[in-house]
Design a protein around this ligand. Structure first.
Ligand code: NAD
Length: 280
């Protein structure tokens, strides 16, 4: 499949980044989110395109053309014809269910969820055609991370997987097939790292800065706390809760109360200006 027309539902951290990647690769992109979110999302997209310009990955003309390929709407029902829809709203099953149900029932294109942990097979029941539904799990920030987990739900057809993999390579990314297991591959492996780091700090055994400095000293680009700030503490908590629930309350995967306290206090990481660190 050569997907020329894309719709991304949710213009937050991931949706805005996925829109940039697709627009730079030549796709037209309709971004759907609440109107009050549009200015911040546009700002995030402009910043991202400016960074690509500085790194000489785009010329000024290409950057302007990419911006021109992105259009905005407020409602899923306002979507024009498209080849692929990527759902990137918050990690909440009920919210994703509502978004999928709002898609036209006669939609023939692919529908993908960017969920980090929820069951693709369970969400498929609400898509227009479960055989045309799959997980496309981009990593944060989508503009820089090369891998995409392409997740096979119970009813996803082989044709859908092949078309989705072609799309991933069309936008310059590398597809890795993953089964529909809680947290797929990367989030399953990463979960104990975040949670053990939170327990260390919660127990008073180490500071946030020390844990990050040591882990980064081992060669990781970001320590767990800097990474949680990048991801969003709310998103990381939702993924922790979802993996914990789906793995039958495995004790070592229990979410940490510090995550909940920070979300309650509005400390969501970079996107709110403060998390484990503060941001200008
Ligand atoms: P986010 O909170 O930054 O953005 C979610 C956006 O969805 C918000 O702008 C919100 O206004 C919008 N939204 C909510 N309801 C909507 C609706 N009905 N219609 C349209 N828009 C709606 O979240 P995010 O970090 O971008 O995460 C989105 C998805 O991507 C989640 O499933 C998450 O697990 C997954 N994900 C996140 C990361 C990460 O590092 N943040 C990485 C990979 C995957």
């Amino acid at each position: 499949m050569s997907a020329k027309r894309l719709a991304v539902i949710g213009a937050g951290t991931m949706g805005a980044g996925i829109a940039v990647v697709a627009a730079v690769a030549g796709c037209s992109v309709q971004l759907v989110d609440r109107v009050e979110v549009h200015p911040a999302a546009k700002g995030r997209i402009e910043k991202s395109l400016a960074a690509l310009l500085v790194r000489h990955r785009l010329s000024a003309d290409q950057s302007a053309q990419a911006m021109g390929r992105i259009s905005w709407s407020e409602e899923v029902s306002q979507l024009a014809a498209t080849d692929l829809v990527v759902e990137a709203v918050a990690e909440d099953f009920e919210l994703k269910r509502q978004v999928l149900l709002a898609l036209r029932r006669d939609f023939l294109g692919l529908v993908a969820t960017n969920t980090s942990s929820l069951s693709v097979s369970a969400l498929a029941a609400f898509a227009p055609d479960p055989s045309r539904f799959l997980g496309l799990h981009f990593f944060n920030p989508p503009e820089r991370m090369v891998l995409v987990e392409v997740v096979h739900g119970a009813q996803t057809s082989e044709q859908t997987m092949t078309e989705a993999e072609a799309f991933v390579s069309q936008i310059g990314k590398q597809a890795v097939r993953a089964q529909d297991a809680p947290g797929f591959i990367v989030n399953r492996v990463a979960r104990p790292i975040y949670l053990e780091a939170l327990r260390l700090v919660g127990d008073g055994a180490a500071s946030v800065e020390l844990v990050d400095r040591l882990i980064e000293g081992l060669g990781f680009p970001l320590g767990p706390f800097r990474l949680m700030d990048l991801i969003g503490i709310d998103v990381n908590l939702a993924v922790s809760e979802s993996v914990y629930r789906q793995l039958m309350h495995e004790p070592r995967l229990r979410p940490h109360p510090l995550q909940q306290r920070m979300v309650n206090g509005g400390a969501l990481g970079r996107k709110s200006g403060r998390g484990f660190y503060t941001y200008a």
